[in-house]
Design a protein around this ligand. Structure first.
Ligand code: ABU
Length: 381
């Protein structure tokens, strides 16, 4: 018996079906992350947290402040409750003790990270849920938080494909280990040139990718090369999804980290482009040639005040969740963005979510699609 069985009404009465091809079809089933036990990670070759004004100067690490964790969990729980009231089935991960050291035969690391945001780790393409490689040592074991729910899905849906990309070794050979010593000393132009040339922290030693660097548009998947996704990761995805067109995308963002606050599907024919990022001419041309409209997002409300201990950018504003092609969940303080999207005919559901930002993401990051209606369509014939 799975936890899905035995409920006579509501979303739990429907059979479980893993199926999602894009970011906008009507949402039926989703995973929502948890903030429990999240930590500011110890420094590692891939990433260095440095918050001197907020109690975690470079080199220090440890649990996120308890009151921040409680507030984030309250917003995550309220969001999950709102989705359930709309008839959407919601699953949650199972947290581990993230403050414990972790080790593989190649390295030990003093901490994990947390089980936010799930979108970084899991990629649903049709009936398949794929566990990404990840590229941080502190996130190597994060998949374990999702194994209980993935096993329940596997038991409940006989057609589900449960896949995991090759676990990376993440030895020093996977990184340019001096990257963070030098990158911050470069001018913006120099940083952008490095991003355009894809000469960042990851080497090509092994395939590495985060699931949140993949934007799903039916038959087309767009993979952003970033601080956490390398060319080899893109190649792995391209070969893993032979029936898709898989495109590599670079951006004009000095800190590329996940495509879902940059190039955001809204509905067939309409994509949101967040600000000064990703003016990748080829990508723009590809969409426009296919008669898609690219909406330039208004400036985020929080431009001057990224939240305490947050490693996300203010463009988290654009990290929105579609409930269906006409309904979007938008963070409640992003009023200008909500007005902009309303003018395109969307119903906007405002969701209080500011407290979740320091735990790694917004409304899209904090979720993973398990089921949306619809089939795999070609939007770029
Ligand atoms: N994980 C999403 C982060 C996106 C951003 O900082 O813009």
């Amino acid at each position: 018996m799975t936890e899905y069985a035995g409920t006579a009404s509501g979303p739990a009465a429907r059979p479980v079906r893993v199926s999602s091809w894009n970011g906008w079809d009507p949402l039926r089933h989703v995973i929502v992350g948890r903030a429990d036990g999240a930590v500011v990670q110890a420094p590692e070759p891939a990433v260095r947290r440095d918050y001197p004004d907020d109690g975690f100067p470079l080199g220090s690490y440890g649990p996120m402040p308890a009151e921040m964790t409680a507030e984030a969990n309250e917003q995550l729980d309220d969001f999950a409750g709102m989705l359930r009231r709309r008839g959407i089935r919601v699953d949650r991960p199972t947290p581990l003790d993230f403050s414990e050291p972790v080790a593989t035969p190649d390295w030990t690391h003093p901490t994990m990270s947390g089980c936010m945001p799930p979108r970084d780790l899991l990629l649903t393409v049709g009936g398949e849920v794929l566990e990404a490689t990840m590229s941080y040592r502190s996130r190597w074991f994060e998949y374990l938080c999702y194994r209980p729910v993935l096993k329940r899905l596997f038991d409940a849906d006989p057609a589900m494909r449960w896949e995991a990309a090759p676990k990376p070794r993440l030895t020093d050979a996977s990184y340019h280990t001096d990257f963070w010593d030098t990158y911050h000393t470069l001018s913006t132009e120099e940083q952008l040139a490095r991003v355009r040339a894809y000469d960042l922290v990851l080497t090509e030693e092994e395939p590495l990718f985060d699931a949140a660097d993949v934007a799903r548009f039916g038959k087309d998947l767009f993979v952003q090369l970033s601080f956490v996704t390398n060319r080899s990761g893109y190649q792995w995805l391209k070969r893993h999804f032979p029936d898709h067109r898989v495109h590599a995308v670079t951006s004009t963002n000095t800190h590329p980290l996940h495509i879902d606050a940059t190039w955001v599907p809204l509905r067939p024919g309409l994509v949101l482009h967040c600000g000064e990022r990703l003016a990748d001419a080829e990508l723009m041309e590809f969409f426009r040639r296919n008669d898609w409209e690219v909406v330039e997002a208004v400036q985020p409300a929080s431009w001057d005040h990224p939240p305490k201990l947050s490693f996300c950018s203010p463009w988290l504003a654009g990290n929105i969740l579609n409930l269906d092609p006409g309904t979007l969940c938008v963070e409640e303080k992003e009023v200008r963005l909500a007005e902009q999207l309303s003018s395109y005919g969307f119903e906007v559901v405002p969701v209080p979510f500011r407290a979740v930002g320091p735990f790694g993401g917004g409304l899209h990051c904090a979720t993973v699609d398990i089921e949306r209606d619809g089939t795999c369509e070609d939007y770029f014939p």
